[in-house]
Design a protein around this ligand. Structure first.
Ligand code: 15L
Length: 267
């Protein structure tokens, strides 16, 4: 790839922080955006740091200027009130996509979530795992927001030819924390590999892909992600001895399926 600039929203969030060192490349300027403070640039680190909200069209217009791709990780990362999900996750995604379109950014990766299909039964997956494009069955307002994100991505692909990939991320943390995450873990290194595959995809398209590692206990399909070159090198099983004993929940969304609707909680 020639020298290029990638905008990462939500750069101070859990996934944003994990990705910052992993997305550095000699031919890339990373433009990191968040409402929260960001770590100052380390000596020689090719980053541009911006403060502002994905809900602010002016912030997004300048963030998208001279940018070759957007990785939209920003927004609320768990259940919250309908008003907040609507404003930050749904309207915020529309603001990001619209700013990208207006600035001529050809490619956007959207951080969707397993919670857009959280009420899919783990057992319904079949031997090949739940297909990446299973129709939405959200488990929370948060999950509805992610389903809306996917729909907005589809709109911007089919209207404007933008290359849009929605990643239904499982659980992207340093390590899996429970039995459910032994199935849904996305290792930080695999997350970076998957993002690189999205950034390198050949033809403009609209894709919905699972964002998980090649976990021994996986319940979702990685076939679709493999089609754009994603190869997972990690497996949550390596941590199986460290997670507390437990049983797999009935539904993919786990505890989100029982959390009171609209209540912000520390899940
Ligand atoms: C998500 O979508 C959340 O953002 C993250 O914090 C985890 O809860 C993850 O899903 C999960 O389901 O483990």
């Amino acid at each position: 790839m020639p020298e290029h600039r990638v905008l990462v929203t939500g750069a101070a969030g859990v996934v944003g922080k994990l990705m910052r060192p992993r997305l550095i490349r000699s031919d890339r300027i990373l433009r990191m955006l968040d409402v929260r403070p960001l770590e100052p640039a380390a000596p020689g680190e090719r980053v541009e740091l911006l403060t502002g909200s994905v809900t602010d069209p002016e912030v997004m217009a300048s963030a998208c200027r001279d940018t070759d791709a957007v990785i939209h990780l920003g927004g609320i990362s768990r259940e919250d009130s309908w008003e907040r999900i609507l404003e930050v996750n749904i309207a915020g995604t529309q603001t990001v996509l619209e700013a990208a379109r207006a600035a001529g950014v050809p490619r956007v990766v959207l951080a969707s979530s397993n919670h857009s299909v959280g009420f899919r039964r783990i057992g319904e997956a079949g031997p090949d795992g739940l297909p990446a494009d299973s129709s939405p069955r959200p488990d929370t307002y948060y999950g509805v927001g992610k389903a809306a994100m996917e729909a907005l991505g589809s709109l911007y692909h089919w209207r404007f030819g933008m290359d849009v990939t929605c990643l239904r991320i499982g659980s992207c943390f340093e390590r899996p924390a429970d039995v459910r995450q032994l199935s849904l873990w996305l290792s930080p290194d695999d997350c970076a590999r998957l993002l690189e595959s999205c950034l390198a995809a050949k033809e403009p398209d609209y894709r919905v892909l699972w964002g998980v590692s090649a976990n021994t206990r996986s319940v979702v399909s990685l076939r679709e992600a493999a089609e754009i070159g994603y190869e997972s090198l990690d497996d949550a099983e390596a941590f199986a001895g460290e997670v507390p004993a437990g049983v797999l929940p009935e539904f993919l969304g786990g505890a989100f399926c029982d959390t009171p609707l609209g209540q912000s909680n520390p899940l």
